[in-house]
Design a protein around this ligand. Sequence first.
Ligand SMILES: NC(=O)c1ccc[n+]([C@@H]2O[C@H](COP(=O)([O-])OP(=O)(O)OC[C@H]3O[C@@H](n4cnc5c(N)ncnc54)[C@H](O)[C@@H]3O)[C@@H](O)[C@H]2O)c1
Length: 252
Amino acid sequence: MTEQERVALVTGAAGGVGRATVGLLAAHGYAVIATDISPDVEKLTDHGVAPGAGAVVGLVGDVTDSATAELAVAEAVRRFGRLDLLVNNAARFLRRPIGQSSDDDFDGLFATNVRGAFAHSRAAVEPLARTRGVIVNVTSISGLVGMANQSLYAMTKGALVQLTRQLAVELAPRGVRVNAVAPGAIETEFIAEARAADPDPEATAAAVLSRHPLGRISTPDDVAAAIDFLASPAAGGITGTILSVDGGYVAQ
Ligand SMILES: NC(=O)c1ccc[n+]([C@@H]2O[C@H](COP(=O)([O-])OP(=O)(O)OC[C@H]3O[C@@H](n4cnc5c(N)ncnc54)[C@H](O)[C@@H]3O)[C@@H](O)[C@H]2O)c1
């Protein structure tokens, strides 16, 4: 099979990491179903029209609704005949002390960050088994180490770490590989709300940067490259791994 024949589904595709991932996969010849709750995702349609690049179809959908997962997978199979890669990337952030975190915060964050990945993985498993395909989950350093005021977000990202390991074992007999990338801080709009509520966002940003040993914040392209690698035949022997893209954050 050549890369030109591969088909990917990327959630959270209108955001920083999602857009970079869709662009890189399309440049490598994947046809991509790109989904997001934001209508901006429709602007990605036909993005991959460069010579040799794959087609991109942008679809609006909320990952908290399991029907979105079923529809997106069905659309990949209907339009392109197969599914080779699922990237569970859609997520919301919450920086809030546990004493101020509500049950609704818990349910909302888990519905987006965890149930979305669960529902998409469940919907994709049969098509992926047919192509000996790949799942890449986007987790976080927050799923690997403790960080103040992120209990709910960190729990969701920790759940994705364990979903990754669990599905790697469960789906290995069917030839499906399951891995995750765990970014450190990335330059995107992801923490815009938390930044707006921060009394001293510049001090917080400086403190965050100082905890990244390489002295740089990752870019969406850094994360997209790691996703692309884990999806590629070069990673054919890799499953159940959590690939840190964090400038050394969790190595300390
Ligand atoms: N930005 C960071 O600092 C950072 C750090 C570590 C991990 N991550 C992870 O990277 C991934 C991508 O985040 P990003 O930095 O590109 O942020 P982003 O906010 O730019 O993109 C996230 C996208 O998810 C979409 N989304 C949110 N809720 C959704 C829903 N219910 N249904 C469908 N789409 C929904 C948003 O509309 C947005 O386009 C996330 O999984 C995040 O947890 C981000």
